[in-house]
Design a protein around this ligand. Structure first.
Ligand code: NAP
Length: 325
């Protein structure tokens, strides 16, 4: 008898066929009101869940007494209560590594777009406003040779450092919970405290997870430490930053600009002040959003879920402590 699972993310035909060969799939295409009702109806029998971008809290998961495994199609696991899952012996897996390079590409796209004002000036051309040679009013700032500050030197932080160091000749500064001697050797990188990094970097890039410790890590006080000509990049999670404080810093030109892929509330509200600031480049949480990478992430999640449901340890297990309960 195939185990029932709920899939709340569309898969390619080949991955869907693979999943259906081993499990009985309830597919929820859209997590609107109807989709959530469908999810609640399927949870009592569900042995597995596979998807992303849904806060799976205890109130929802208490409806799923038979649940064995959740395969998240993401590396970030801030949508899950890991202690709760572990107590219930539900195995949570994620999709690290396969999205690292693509997310670092997104980070660099934001660095370049913000510093060189690519979106603003491309819109000027599109709006047929390019009527004479542009002057200093429209100049941007250099990226090559500038100091790249990375907060959270993990997989994505390293991939960003690689691009900055080898591609753009940028001195790399970083801050993490622990120093990384190997990273320092490879990229000639320098470990700094958070304050010192904010004061020194030309580009301050967030590549750390959202946790109880990192929520609100960057607020008005931290932004005030940044130099007026520096640029803030966030490809981690919106809630790591006090968004109102960031808006004020940008509005008052306390910092030069921001490239943001993630926001406190997503999708971004239509009346967000971020949308009317010329010094902001905002993208709709596209860190890993390429055809190749999303397929690789989905494949990884399917592998993780099938392994867990077969009684094996999934390759990307987030909560090994579940086995201790
Ligand atoms: P990772 O390899 O686990 O790296 C995270 C790094 O953050 C680690 O180096 C860790 O330091 C550091 N860190 C954690 N807590 C910290 C703290 N309180 N202060 C300073 N540093 C801290 O994770 P990853 O694969 O690079 O992914 C990072 C995050 O990026 C994910 O969790 C996700 O939220 C986000 N992300 C976003 C997108 C997108 O679409 N925009 C795509 C992929 C990932 P230590 O090593 O010293 O512990």
């Amino acid at each position: 008898m195939k185990k029932p699972i709920v899939l709340y993310k569309r898969l390619s035909p080949s991955l869907m066929a693979r999943l259906q060969a081993h499990t009985q799939v309830t597919l929820i295409e859209d997590l609107g009101d109807d989709g959530m009702a469908q999810l609640r109806a399927a949870l009592p029998e569900a042995r597995g869940l596979l998807g992303a971008s849904l806060k799976l809290d205890a109130a929802l998961l208490d409806l799923a007494p038979r649940l064995e495994a959740i395969a998240s199609v993401s590396v970030g696991v801030d949508n899950y209560d890991i202690d709760y899952l572990s107590r219930r012996r539900i195995l949570l897996s994620n999709t690290p590594d396969v999205l690292t390079e693509t997310t670092a590409d997104t980070g660099f796209a934001l660095i370049l777009a913000t510093a060189r004002r690519v979106v603003e000036l491309a819109n000027l051309v599109r709006d047929r406003q390019w009527t004479r040679n542009i002057g200093p009013l429209h100049f941007g700032s250099d990226v090559h040779g500038k100091k790249l500050g990375i907060i959270g030197m993990g997989r994505i932080g390293e991939a960003l450092a690689q691009r900055g160091h080898f591609g753009f000749g940028m001195p790399v500064l970083y801050h993490s919970q622990t120093p990384k001697p190997e990273v320092e050797r490879r990229f000639n990188a320098r470990y700094l405290g958070l304050r010192e990094l904010l004061q020194e970097a030309d580009f301050v890039c967030l590549t750390l997870p959202l946790t109880a410790q990192t929520q609100g890590l960057i607020g008005a006080g931290e932004l005030a430490l940044m130099r007026p000509d520096s640029i803030f990049i966030n490809i981690s999670r919106g809630k790591v930053v006090d968004e109102q404080a960031l808006i004020e810093a940008l509005h008052n030109h306390r910092i030069r600009g921001a490239g943001l892929d993630v926001f406190e509330h997503e999708p971004l509200a239509m009346d967000s002040p971020l949308l009317s600031l010329a010094n902001v480049v905002a993208t709709p949480h596209i860190g890993s959003a390429t055809h190749e990478t999303r397929e690789a992430m989905a494949r990884c999640a399917v592998d993780n879920l099938l392994a867990a449901l077969a009684g094996e340890r999934p390759s990307n297990l987030v909560n090994p402590q579940a086995y201790q309960h």
